[in-house]
Each structure stands twice: as structure tokens, then as C-alpha cells.
Design a protein around this ligand. Structure first.
Ligand SMILES: [Zn+2]
Ligand SMILES: [Zn+2]
Length: 259
């Protein structure tokens, strides 16, 4: 074979290889869900690198769960889902944000529904089915987590939470991942009682108990002071809560999980 023919053959071979590689990549992309924990800081004063943004989780570059920082808009989400109207989950409560080009949904309206419209029933956004599930967090305002189904994957994002009422727990499904909060590591978290109502955050171990029946993997974000004072130790503590049937992980600002 001439040198020229050999070179052509090699070029064709290389092109075919690249095309196969690209097709495999595309297939993996079609069936992989990307979860980026954009903000993992709880409602605390401490500042520390990688845990300095308030709540925000970006799903497949299209959905933003909670809106703790204005800068999350640079990811151009198609829709934003707010778990509750506390500023560390809804930055527009403190900052003036005039240029938002996507709808914002939540458990209660803001600015008469001009900025946040109420979502109570399942809704399709892009290729995802969203099911709001009411949570107990604050006695002053309603809150809800979101069950997301799409690309053959299911996840649940809780936001701040004490628990979920039995009647609403029925809506939960077996999910690939639960993303929840870690404000308090101590038993019982920080829960205040007002007559028959409760308000606050549950402890990490109680949240594991709540979600264990629905998942084999929990990612913790929204870290409290206990975590940021010694991050290495904090990560270890969360990891140690895993066992043969449950993986426990920690996010940080900008960390991507592929499921
Ligand atoms: Zn919070
Ligand atoms: Zn809150």
C-alpha cells in the first residue's frame, strides 16, 4: 500500500473512532442527570470558601431549586422552584432583582404572584415532572420540597425541614437521591414549639430516619456552624452515618454529582 493510501486509511479510522466516542458521550448525557450544588451555606454568619453561597441546586442546567444568590442567574435556568420564602432560599426578598427571564414557583406567592407563583400540583417543566410535597419548617410561612422525575431518574429536594406529614409522605417515591439540609448535627436539631405548631430544623440523624425508606443515597447541603468550624471533621461525621444500605455525602459550592 502506498504511503498516501495508508495516511487516508488512518484518517478515516480516526474519524470513525471519534464519531463512535461522540455517540457514546451523547447516550451517556441522555441518561445522566447532573446535579450541581451551587450553594451549600446554611443560615449562618460564618464565611468560608466552598460553603459561602446560600441555597441553590442546579438540575441539568435547566431547573434551579432555591434561589439563595442573585449570581445563580448566570446559569440561565428555565425555571426556579423555591422551597419557602426565607431570604437564604429566596434572595429577591432582600435584593432588588428586576431582570429575571424565567418563571419562579413556590409554596406561596410573592409580590402578588408577579414574582413567585404558587405551585401546589404536579407540573411538567421541560423534560421534568415536578411534584411539590409540603414540608414542616416554619410556623409563619408554608414550605415544600420537590420530587423531580425525568431522564429515567428521580430525586427529592427538601429545603429546610423538620418533617413531612404522613398524608403528604404518601406522595414520595423511591428516589435515586435525596438532597436535604444539615443545619444541625445534634439530636433533635433546633425545634421551637408554638401551641400545637413546630418551627425550625431537624437534626441530621432524624432526617436520615425520615428519608431512609425512600432512598439509598442522601446528599447534605445547607450546612450549619457545626460543619464549617471543622469541615474535615464535619465531612467525616456525615460519612460515618452511612451503612450497607445508605450512602451519605456532602456537597460544596459548585460540586457536580452525576446520577
Ligand atoms: Zn435555610
Ligand atoms: Zn428556612
Amino acid at each position: 500500500m502506498s504511503e498516501f493510501k495508508q495516511k487516508v486509511k488512518q484518517k478515516v479510522k480516526h474519524k470513525v473512532k471519534q464519531k463512535v466516542k461522540q455517540k457514546v458521550k451523547q447516550k451517556v448525557k441522555q441518561h445522566t442527570m447532573s446535579i450541581i450544588t451551587l450553594g451549600t451555606k446554611g443560615n449562618i454568619k460564618e464565611r468560608c470558601p466552598f460553603y459561602s453561597n446560600h441555597s441553590g441546586v442546579l438540575i441539568d442546567s435547566t431547573l434551579l431549586l432555591d434561589f439563595g444568590e442573585k449570581k445563580f442567574l448566570r446559569h440561565h435556568p428555565k425555571a426556579i422552584l423555591i422551597t419557602h420564602l426565607h431570604p437564604d432560599h429566596a434572595c429577591f426578598m432582600l435584593e432588588d432583582i428586576s431582570k429575571i427571564n424565567c418563571p419562579i414557583y413556590g409554596p406561596s406567592a410573592f409580590e402578588n404572584g408577579k414574582l413567585v407563583s404558587i405551585i401546589k400540583k404536579p407540573k411538567k417543566i421541560g423534560e421534568f415532572k415536578i411534584t411539590p410535597i409540603p414540608t414542616i419548617h416554619s410556623f409563619k410561612i408554608p414550605s415544600q420540597g420537590y420530587l423531580l422525575e425525568g431522564k429515567g431518574k428521580k430525586i427529592f429536594y427538601s429545603g429546610d425541614i423538620i418533617t413531612i406529614e404522613k398524608a403528604h409522605l404518601k406522595k414520595m417515591k423511591q428516589v435515586d437521591v435525596v438532597i436535604t439540609e444539615a443545619s444541625f448535627i445534634r439530636r433533635g436539631g433546633m425545634i421551637r414549639k408554638f401551641d400545637s405548631q413546630i418551627s425550625g430544623h431537624n437534626g441530621v440523624s432524624e432526617l436520615i430516619k425520615l428519608f431512609r425508606p425512600f432512598t439509598k443515597r442522601i446528599i447534605f447541603i445547607h450546612f450549619g456552624s457545626w460543619f464549617v468550624v471543622d469541615i474535615k471533621e464535619g465531612k467525616k461525621t456525615i460519612k460515618a452515618l452511612a451503612d450497607e444500605t445508605l450512602i451519605t455525602e456532602t456537597g460544596y459550592d459548585g460540586k457536580e454529582f452525576l446520577i
